[in-house]
Structure formats: C-alpha cells, structure tokens
Ligand binder design. Structure first.
Ligand code: AMP
Length: 220
C-alpha cells in the first residue's frame, strides 16, 4: 500500500508519517529528510541543496525527482508512506510516471489540515534527531534531556529553514501549492482530511489509524 501525506509545512506530516510507518512496518519516504541528509554533504551538490533549504525555496525538480526515484526503486517492494513529495503538480506527474514504471499507484491521501497561525509556532520550535530523524518540539514535545534524542541519545538539531522569517515564506508559498495538490488528488483518488488544529498528536494519530484500517479492510 502506498499512502501520501498532504498538508502545509508544520501540519505534522513528518511526525504522523513516521509514526504510521513504524506501526505498519512501512518505508517512510520523506523528501525533507532525504534533502537535509544530502545537504550535510560537503560536495558541490550538497551545498546547492543546502542553499535552497536555508532560503525556504523548493529544490529544483531534477534534483529531488532523481533522489525520490532512487528511493522508490530501492524500497518498492515495501509499503511506502510518502511525505513532503510531491509538493507541486509537476512533481505529482513525475511521481505518477515513476509509479507507472513499476505498476504501482498511490492508494489514498491523508490531508492534514491545521490553522495557519499554529504552523509558525510548530515549525520554529521543531528539533530533529541527527541520527534517527525523531521529531520534537521544544514546548509541546520536549526531549527528556535538552538537545538529546529520547530514543537514541544523539544530538537534536534545528533544521535549516525553520527560522521565523523563512517559515512564514514557506507557509505563504505552500498554501497555493497544497490547495492545488489536494484538488489534483481529489479528482483521482480518495483524499481523507484529518483536522489537526487544537488536537493532540494522539487524537490525530487515532484518526489516521482508523482511516488506514478502513482502507486495509476495503482492499481485502
Ligand atoms: P519539509 O521538511 O518537507 O518541510 O522540507 C524542508 C525543505 O526541503 C523545504 O523548504 C524545501 O527547501 C526542501 N524540500 C522538501 N521537499 C521538497 C520537494 N518535494 N521539492 C522541492 N524541495 C523540497
């Protein structure tokens, strides 16, 4: 089963996609994680990616599509949770082409809907584990020891592009793109909307689990 998360930056796509992937033994394909990892490389390619991320701009399609393609080919036999890709209609079409090649398709989307004013707060407080990718928030979900991952003890870092000014720019640009993607997928497959505003991660996760269970039983 291939599931795609949609939503604005800070809506919780990464957190919930990761949780789902662990529970259902799926591969979590996160474009943000993939790109941040590439950006840590000292190579010219790594430095180009880093510049886009730290300015809050989308990395060019030829770079991200190539990375995503490689991951899909590597993990195609597993169930996959897509998160952060596609971010544009053009990327959605590219994804379709890649999936056509391996005779697969996105089964359904989960659209995480969160009020805009919560997004800045969420993203500016976000911290990520440099080793296993666990996501924390300095106020809402702080680690037991400041700056250290609860699970593996590695250092947490503040992702480039999560500064307030850049976050606002990403949200502004993301609004139109997300709305277009939601429409695009609604015309093709099932898009399940999950409201995330003023609800705990546990409540949101429960909704997501129910949706996934419903789809699993429908497909049997
Ligand atoms: P995210 O973790 O999904 O919010 O992504 C963090 C940053 O990585 C974005 O601000 C972009 O610079 C880059 N990025 C993530 N996904 C994509 C994508 N699908 N296409 C282009 N750039 C992306």
């Amino acid at each position: 089963m291939y599931i795609l998360f949609l939503g604005l930056p800070g809506a919780g796509k990464g957190t919930h996609a990761r949780k789902l992937s662990l529970e259902y033994d799926m591969f979590h394909l996160s474009s943000g994680t993939l790109l941040r990892k590439a950006a840590r490389r000292k190579s010219a390619g790594g430095q180009v990616i880093k510049r886009y991320i730290s300015r809050g701009k989308l990395v060019p399609d030829e770079i991200i599509v190539k990375l995503i393609r490689k991951e899909i080919m590597k993990f195609q036999e597993k169930d996959i949770v897509f998160e952060g890709f596609p971010k544009t209609i053009n990327q959605a079409r590219e994804l379709e082409e890649i999936l056509d090649e391996i005779e697969k398709e996105i089964n359904f989307c989960i659209y995480l809907k969160v009020d805009e004013d919560r997004l800045v707060y969420r993203l500016t407080g976000r911290r990520i584990c440099s080793n296993d990718g666990s996501i924390y928030h300095i106020k809402e979900n702080p680690p037991e020891e400041e700056g250290k991952c609860d699970i593996c003890g590695a250092n947490l870092f503040r992702p480039a592009g999560d500064e307030e000014k850049i976050v606002k720019k990403r949200i502004k640009a993301g609004k139109k793109r997300t709305a277009e993607l939601v429409e695009y997928y609604k015309q093709r497959i099932n898009v399940e909307t999950v409201v995330g505003t003023d609800r705990s991660p546990g409540e949101v996760h429960q909704d997501i689990n129910e949706i996934v269970e419903k789809h699993i039983s429908d497909e049997k």
